[in-house]
Write a protein that binds this ligand. Structure first.
Ligand code: HPA
Length: 261
């Protein structure tokens, strides 16, 4: 079995795997660097979303290259982490297994099917995150005794600036629970690739206007650091117990397209 982990802000170490080896893949979207390792008999691929050393801002992350690379490696599951600001129904330090998102990005391509030869594809987003993997994440974070919220709606902003209080107030009215800058288009591209993908959001701060202080990247990084041990324990448990009895339909995401061809 092959499991990929996409590490977001503050998650750049793959403590849960051994025999680590750096690999580089060529994709139509440029080179992608990953770390390959093992945990027991499972092959693990660890990918830093913002590239090694956190060099790319959210608008410039190579989302397509990253997902294309993981698809070409034939991974069974992709687990991603996302630092988020808390808006509703959560506290700093919570781990949230996302179940829906709202897209407020404006400056990034959100589909692999964007040229004349690829045809027009409208992929279903009724259940954007893989339900098999979400159930595995919930079990793993319960095992790790994490402060866990089992559902949450993520609003994705363009960044790299943090939001204004008026924006957060609007997102709250629209139903968002947490805010971040990177889950879109990653979740969409994973579904377009028929891959099982889910995200654990780590609440590193209260969102703008909810927080009593101004927001800083330092606050995000420092709170993230406090959550890393629990994250590592949960991921280790998940990898050790992962099976491929899939209840989801992620690998049928493009069935309609294929029947039209
Ligand atoms: N807003 C957007 N992205 C974030 C935040 C936030 O408050 N915290 C961590 N990532």
């Amino acid at each position: 079995m092959k499991i990929a982990i996409i590490g977001g802000t503050g998650v750049c170490n793959s403590f849960f795997m051994d025999k680590n080896e750096n690999i580089e893949l060529n994709t139509p979207y440029g080179k992608v660097q990953l770390t390959k390792g093992y945990r027991g008999d499972k092959e693990i691929f660890f990918l830093e979303r913002h590239s090694k050393g956190h060099k790319l801002i959210p608008s410039k992350v190579n989302y397509k290259g990253n997902i294309y690379a993981l698809k070409s490696l034939n991974v069974d599951y992709i687990i991603s982490t996302a630092a988020v600001g808390g808006i509703n129904n959560c506290n700093v330090g919570d781990f949230i297994i996302l179940n829906d998102f709202i897209d407020f990005t404006k400056n990034r391509s959100c589909t692999f099917f964007d040229d004349v030869d690829s045809g027009v594809v409208h992929v279903d987003m009724t259940e954007p995150y893989c339900k098999t993997l979400r159930a595995m994440l919930i079990e793993a974070f319960q095992y790790a005794k994490a402060p866990l919220v089992k559902n949450g709606t993520y609003v994705c902003t363009e960044g790299p600036r943090f939001e204004t209080p008026a924006e957060i107030s609007m997102y709250k009215k629209l139903g968002a629970d947490v805010v971040g800058m990177t889950n879109v288009p990653e979740v969409i591209l994973a579904r377009e690739s028929s891959l099982c993908y889910a995200t654990v959001a780590l609440v590193t701060n209260y969102a703008s206007g909810i927080s009593k202080t101004n927001l800083t990247h330092k606050e995000v990084s420092e709170n993230m650091l406090k959550m890393i041990n629990t994250l590592t324990n949960a991921f280790s448990y998940l990898i050790d117990h992962a099976t491929i009895d899939k209840l989801c339909t992620c690998n049928h995401a493009l069935d309609e397209l294929n029947t039209l061809k």
